[in-house]
Design a protein around this ligand. Sequence first.
Ligand SMILES: Cc1ncc(COP(=O)(O)O)c(C=O)c1O
Length: 402
Amino acid sequence: MKNGSVLSKRVINLKPSAVMALSARAQKLKEQGVDVISLSLGEPTWDTPERICSAGIQAIKKGYTKYTPASGSQKLKEAIVINIRKWLNLNIEPSQVTVSIGAKFILFSAIQTLCDPGDEVLIPTPYWVSYPSMVELAGACLVPIPSLPEENFKLKPELLKKHITEKSKVLILNSPNNPSGAVFSRSEWEALAKVLREHPQLYVLSDDIYNHLYFSGPIAPHLLQVAPDLKDRVLAINAVSKNYSMPGWRIGWAVGHKDIISSMSKFQSQSVSCASSISQEATAYALMECDKELEETRKDLTNIKDLALKSFNAIDSLEVFPPEGAFYLWVGVKKLYGSSWKGGTINSSADFVEALFQEKSVLCVPGEEFHYPDYVRIHFAVSKQRLLTACTRIKDFISSLS
Ligand SMILES: Cc1ncc(COP(=O)(O)O)c(C=O)c1O
């Protein structure tokens, strides 16, 4: 199309998902026969557990193939209520739950519901790639709050305090964190809760999507476990995409104050109607019956994380942050700045990623995408053999630099 003006300014300005673009590039090379190792994925590499797949098939056979309410089926909302009671020790009602198409659309719906143009949305760095575009599409202003390696990439209460203004409306927190794997402890949540109590205009979107992929127990600590008094100002957002390896089933949900929840459901009813009825049935089954699968995933993931840490720690000049959850290694590459490869000099993590991809066909994601230069994100939950091959290639690549 010649005339670009046909497109809205909103869409012209929108940044496409960089991770998806990288993955598409890797896929193209794979189709040409190149042995690409893609460690850029943001999804589990293992299959959806068999019993959950069967529940989905049964749902189709039993005729769960019609629209559900925009906020989700009663059965799934009740399963989420039981889940929240079990894991967060909170008593809520189904009217405090809304279900939609993955955590991504739930976050989008929440930001659209809470933010007017000019409102400030505070997000600690490093942060997930899609938050900025969601904030932009609501006309709100993103306020990144820096975190430091020596503070384990976690938001400090003093720094949160410093960034709050009268325009601050929403704070997005993500623990376990994508990309760093950092997890707030109970005492760190308590310290953040103190600041939140001093600023009652601030709403928290707690993105809990990796909460069962936690290496020190069945569930990562949560703000609402230590500060249940904040429950009317916190939206606990979750999905089956990562915990149950169901990204393609597209089910996510939010739990919170019923007025916010019903407004989100209204927004969802006018945009996507409802999430897949079949996936909702399978999700209700997963939440009610599949703790065993969650535990197996957690054990396997912990083993592969230990191997990844050991292998990457053995490479001089990489600074590897030990993750507490999720399935990424967050790796500092700054020590390599100034080194040369045949395509030029490495002066940024984006340069490192590009050179590694061209030289060794190993793909990871540069920290710039997470508003955090000098680091790269490496997805470690691949097979043991692929992980070790990737590690050898990265080691060889670094040795080849001059
Ligand atoms: C931190 C974070 N939040 C939300 C999402 C979106 O999840 P979903 O696939 O359920 O939309 C992702 C997916 O990569 C994520 O990493």
